[in-house]
Ligand binder design. Structure first.
Ligand SMILES: [Zn+2]
Length: 643
C-alpha cells in the first residue's frame, strides 16, 4: 500500500503532473512512509547494517590493533553470516513489536517513535563493541544518538525508503553468499594436492584437554577412573612419563603441532600461533592428506588462535540456533542477562561442546568426506576442564547425581573461588568431580572407538591419545593450570596405537616431551626425510632407530613464557626433567629440585640438600642458555648422561 502511495507521489513529480489538478496536498506525517510491514523491513535492514558495521569494527581491530584481543575473539569463523543473521533476527523481533503497536494504535507518532527506537538499538549494538562502557552509559548515548538518527530518517522518509528497499536485497544476498561459501572453500582446498604415498596410514590425534596422568589411576574408592584408556593402552605403547611443553592450552597445542618450545612460539594469552613454523596438519596436507579438526575448547583452540592452520575442515564453535544468536554483540548481551549457565560467564564466549558432540562431528565428517585420501583428524575434548560438570544426561546416571544445589554452585564458581579461603571439602568435591568428568570422557572415547571400528575407519590408522596439560588441586597451593610447572600440570597421559606399526602392550618409563609428537608422526608415516620438525622420533623407544649417544634418556623441557599474557621480561619459568630429577626454575630466582621416581608428586624439595648440589648446578646451567641453543638447533635430540 505504501509503495503505491510512493508511486503516486513519484508520478506527480514527472510529466503527468500537468494533467492533474492541484489540490493543496494535505501535509503528510513523515512516519506515514513507514507502514507496519515497512517497519519490519526497516528493522531487518537496520540489523544487517548494524552487523556490517560491527563486523568492520572487529575486522579493523583484529587486523590493525590486536589480533586476538578478547573482545574480537567473540566472533567465530562463521561471523560473516552468523552476525548478520543474529542481528537481523533481533531487529526483526523488535520491529515486529513496533509494527504491532503501530497497527493497534493507528498512531503515526508510535511508528515514528518506533523507528527512532530501532535507531537507538542499532547504536546500542555498536557501542557494545567498545569495551569498558557501562550498560547505563551505552543506554544513555544510544537513546540520544538514536533519537537524532530517527529524526533524520523521518525528515527524509521517501529517500530513506528508497535506499532501504534498494540495499536490503544486497545485504541479504551477501549474508547468503557468506553462508554458502564455506563448503566451496573446502572443495577447492583439495585441488592440486599430490597423491598421498600408497598405503599411507590415517592419523587420529586425540587431545583430552586438562587431563593429568595421576588422575587416570584409581579414585578414592579404588575404582579405575579410565578403564577404556587402560584397555586402549594395551593395544600400543604407553609413555608413563610424558610431559607437556607448557601448562596451558595454547602453547601446549602449538608445541604439539610444531615441535617447538613455548619460548620459540608467538603464542600468548592475547596472541595467536603465527605462521613462522609449519604445523603437522600443514605438513601432512601438503603430502596428500585430508585434514580436519574438531575442538571442544572453542576459545584457545578456535581459528583465531592459529591452531586451525593446515586443517581444511575445522569445527570449533557449534553451528546451532543458540550460537548464531550469541554471535552478535546484542545476542551475547541478551544471552548473558537471561542465562544462569556457567558457559555464559564473561570469560566463556562460546558454548562448550561435550564429547558426544565431538564424536558426532568426527563421524559425520568421516562419512561425508570423499574417499581416496588418508585422513589426519585432530580431536580436542574439553569435558575435564572446570567447572567439572558432566553433561546432565550423564550426571543422572552417575553416582554424583545427588549433588546438592550448594555443591553445584561451588563447582560452577570454581574458576573464581578464593583460593586462599577454599575449604578442604570443596577441594575434595572439585577433585572427585574432575575425576568423574574424566570417567565420562573415557566412556565417550570408548564409544568413539566402537563407532570407528564399526565403520572401518580405524584400519591402517595411527592413534595418538594425550592431553595438553593437567590440573592442580592445591597440591602446591595453586588451583587450575597455567601458573606453575609442577607435575600435576605437566605430567600427562600419552598413548600411541597402530597395530602392525607400533608394538602392543609396551610401557615406556623414560620421560618424553609432547613436543616430539610431530617428529614421531612424520617418522611413522615414512615422511621424515622432508620433516621440518625438530627433535627425535619417539619410535626409537621400540625400534632402536634414531638413537644417538649412550642413553635414550632425554632432557624434557616445559616452560611458561608469558606473564598474564605479556611476554616475560626475564627468562621463561622452566621445568626440566633429566637424570631422574625434576628441576624447576621460576620467579627469577626460585629453584626447586625433586626426585622423579621416589617423589612423583613433588612434595620434598631437594634443592638445599648438599648431596644434590652437583646435579642442581648442572641442571641450572642447562637453563642458562644451553637449553635454548639445543632446542632451536636443527632436528637434534637432547642428549644427557642418563640416569
Ligand atoms: Zn587446555
Amino acid at each position: 500500500m505504501s509503495l503505491m502511495i510512493e508511486g503516486a507521489a513519484r508520478s506527480r513529480g514527472g510529466h503527468n503532473v500537468q494533467e492533474e489538478p492541484e489540490p493543496p496536498a494535505p501535509a503528510k506525517h513523515p512516519a506515514a512512509a513507514f507502514s507496519p510491514p515497512m517497519i519490519v523491513i526497516v528493522a531487518v535492514w537496520m540489523g544487517l547494517v548494524t552487523a556490517s558495521i560491527e563486523l568492520f569494527i572487529f575486522w579493523f581491530r583484529w587486523r590493525f590493533i590486536d589480533a586476538t584481543a578478547l573482545s574480537s575473539l567473540q566472533l567465530n569463523q562463521h561471523a560473516m553470516w552468523m552476525v548478520p543473521l543474529s542481528d537481523a533476527v533481533i531487529f526483526a523481533g523488535a520491529g515486529l513489536g513496533v509494527a504491532v503497536l503501530a497497527r493497534l494504535t493507528h498512531s503515526r507518532r508510535v511508528a515514528g517513535l518506533g523507528v527512532a527506537a530501532l535507531c537507538a538499538l542499532a547504536v546500542y549494538a555498536l557501542l557494545l563493541t567498545y569495551r569498558g562502557l557501562s550498560s547505563l552509559a551505552c543506554g544513555a548515548m544510544s537513546a540520544g544518538v538514536g533519537f537524532r538518527l530517527g529524526l533524520l530518517i523521518l525528515a527524509h522518509p521517501r529517500s530513506c525508503r528508497r535506499v532501504i528497499l534498494a540495499t536490503a536485497p544486497v545485504l541479504v544476498g551477501a549474508t547468503v553468499l557468506a553462508w554458502s561459501m564455506e563448503p566451496s572453500r573446502e572443495r577447492l582446498a583439495g585441488h592440486g594436492l599430490p597423491p598421498a604415498p600408497a598405503g599411507a596410514p590415517n592419523v587420529l590425534f586425540i587431545v583430552m584437554d586438562t587431563v593429568r596422568a595421576e588422575s587416570l589411576g584409581a579414585d578414592s574408592q579404588g575404582r579405575t577412573i579410565a578403564p577404556v584408556l587402560d584397555r586402549l593402552a594395551r593395544r600400543g605403547v604407553r609413555f608413563e612419563q610424558a610431559r607437556s611443553s607448557a601448562p596451558w592450552t595454547l602453547p601446549s597445542h602449538a608445541s604439539m603441532f610444531t615441535g617447538r618450545l613455548p619460548h620459540e612460539l608467538s603464542t600468548r594469552l592475547d596472541q595467536p600461533l603465527d605462521s613462522t613454523y609449519e604445523t603437522i596438519a600443514e605438513f601432512v596436507h601438503a603430502h596428500g592428506y585430508d585434514t580436519a579438526g574438531f575442538v571442544a575448547n572453542t576459545f584457545f583452540c578456535s581459528r583465531w588462535f592459529g591452531l586451525a592452520r593446515g586443517f581444511v575442515h575445522y569445527e570449533d564453535v557449534a553451528i546451532d540456533a543458540r550460537e548464531i544468536f550469541r554471535s552478535s554483540g546484542l545476542g551475547r548481551s541478551i544471552t548473558r542477562k537471561l542465562s544462569t549457565s556457567p558457559n555464559d560467564r564473561p570469560t566463556a564466549y562460546f558454548e562448550r561442546k561435550d564429547a558426544t558432540t565431538i564424536n558426532a562431528e568426527l563421524m559425520g565428517w568421516l562419512r561425508r568426506r570423499p574417499k581416496g585420501r588418508p585422513y589426519f583428524a585432530f580431536l580436542n575434548y574439553y569435558d575435564a576442564h572446570d567447572p567439572y560438570l558432566t553433561p546432565e544426561e550423564e550426571g543422572r546416571r552417575s553416582s554424583r547425581a545427588s549433588r546438592s544445589a550448594a555443591e553445584l554452585d561451588v563447582l560452577r564458581d570454581w574458576h573464581r573461588t578464593s583460593r586462599n579461603g577454599v575449604r578442604p571439602e570443596h577441594v575434595r568435591l572439585a577433585r572427585e568431580s574432575y575425576e568423574e568428568c574424566i570417567g565420562y570422557l573415557d566412556r565417550q572415547i570408548g564409544r568413539l572407538f566402537e563407532g570407528l571400528e564399526a565403520m572401518g575407519a580405524l584400519e591402517n590408522t595411527i592413534v595418538v591419545i594425550t592431553s595438553d596439560h593437567g590440573e592442580e588441586f592445591g597440591e602446591h597451593g595453586f588451583f587450575g593450570h597455567g601458573q606453575r610447572l609442577y607435575s600435576q600440570v605437566l605430567h600427562v597421559p600419552l598413548l600411541l596405537i597402530a597395530p602392525g606399526r607400533i608394538p602392543r602392550g609396551r610401557r615406556i618409563a623414560t620421560p618424553v616431551s609432547l613436543s616430539s609428537l610431530p617428529a614421531t608422526l612424520v617418522d611413522l608415516l615414512g615422511l621424515s626425510t622432508s620433516s621440518p620438525f625438530p627433535g627425535g622420533s619417539l619410535a626409537r623407544y621400540w625400534n632402536g632407530r634414531g638413537h644417538r649417544g649412550a642413553s635414550m634418556d632425554a632432557l624434557v623441557l616445559s616452560e611458561i613464557d608469558d606473564d598474564d599474557g605479556r611476554r616475560r621480561e626475564g627468562p621463561p619459568a622452566r621445568a626440566i626433567v633429566s637424570e631422574g630429577k625434576v628441576y624447576i626454575h621460576s620467579d627469577g630466582e626460585r629453584e626447586e629440585l625433586y626426585d622423579l621416581w621416589s617423589d612423583p608428586s613433588e612434595t620434598h624439595d631437594l634443592s638445599h640438600d648438599p648431596a644434590n648440589q652437583e646435579i642442581l648446578a648442572r641442571l641450572r646451567r642447562l637453563t642458562d642458555g644451553q637449553v635454548t641453543a639445543i632446542a632451536t638447533g636443527p632436528a637434534t635430540e637432547f642428549g644427557s648422561p642418563g640416569r
